[in-house]
Design a binder for this molecule. Structure first.
Ligand SMILES: Cc1cc2nc3c(=O)[nH]c(=O)nc-3n(C[C@H](O)[C@H](O)[C@H](O)COP(=O)(O)OP(=O)(O)OC[C@H]3O[C@@H](n4cnc5c(N)ncnc54)[C@H](O)[C@@H]3O)c2cc1C
Length: 240
């Protein structure tokens, strides 16, 4: 039996949302929707959709009772531009599939470096967190210093390239954590929710949290509205 639930993901493919100063996330591909999750669960007894109300109820049951594998039937593929400080944490999520731009093939441009909007201060109580920010005048000195640092690092990189050094080695002159890289990143909906739960939390570093929030608000919610509702009710709670 089929029913008339619209396909919410339609129109999302190709959508790009800007993140941080020079980054973005684009949805390259999407497989499945809320109904695919319900139908996967009903495969257990060779059944299909039983209409909107029962389908939604089943999906909520799956989420509440951590019956997770049906959520793995939906796949998202993103193209993401993010600085290394973000990737450094993102690639720890082993259930994603990644392919990355290579600094061995492609030379970096002068503008390929992350500039934070403000300087967050070290939290006195939480060793890995930030709290508050520097004043405008204190911050300006550091922004000027950062601009000089990037310009100097990039000039040395170019100097090394011009001297014939290979791209793979010349990049040691670049300010590593700040360099923007473009990756393709694919994940199923179950493992994406795990990532979102961890990385939308207040304890997550801002530079990855903003990517997680864009994924959730601009791609996950419109693609899987029932799943998002159930996720907020049974999993997310007050992490945001
Ligand atoms: C706020 C925060 C602070 C962090 N601080 C640090 C830090 O200081 N140092 C540091 O090294 N990391 C740190 N991490 C990274 C963290 O330890 C995890 O590596 C990262 O969050 C990925 O989580 P995961 O392993 O659950 O996800 P995934 O790798 O996506 O795995 C998902 C789930 O699959 C299962 N799984 C995947 N691979 C295996 C496997 N090989 N064996 C068994 N089960 C597996 C696990 O159940 C896992 O939860 C931090 C993460 C957060 C969110």
């Amino acid at each position: 039996m089929t029913h008339d639930m619209p396909t919410p993901g339609a129109g999302l493919i190709g959508k790009r949302v800007n993140v941080l100063d020079k980054g973005w996330i684009e949805l390259q591909d999407l497989m499945g929707n809320d109904l695919a999750i319900v139908n996967a669960a009903r495969t257990s007894f060779l059944g299909e959709s039983k209409g909107t109300d029962k389908d939604k109820k089943l999906l909520f049951y799956l989420m509440e009772h951590r019956h997770t594998s049906p959520f793995e039937q939906v796949e998202f593929k993103f193209r993401v531009r993010a600085p290394v400080v973000t990737w450094w944490q993102w690639v720890r999520h082993r259930t994603w599939n990644f392919n990355a731009q290579s600094g061995r093939y492609v030379a970096f441009e002068e503008d390929d470096f992350y500039v934070p909007a403000v300087w967050r201060k070290q939290s006195p109580s939480n060793k890995q967190a930030s709290l508050g920010q520097l004043s405008e005048s204190e911050g300006q000195l550091l922004f000027d210093a950062l601009g000089e640092h990037y310009a100097r690092g990039y000039a040395l990189y170019k100097q090394a390239l011009e001297a014939g050094v290979a791209r793979e080695l010349a990049r040691v002159f670049l300010p590593g954590f700040a360099v923007y890289y473009t990756w393709v990143a694919k994940v199923d909906a179950h493992n994406l929710m795990h990532f979102l739960h961890l990385r939308m939390a207040q304890e997550a570093q801002y530079e990855i949290r903003v990517y997680a929030e864009v994924i959730y608000e601009h791609f996950f919610k419109p693609a899987l509205p029932w799943t998002a509702e159930a996720f907020e009710r049974f999993v997310l709670g007050d992490v945001r």
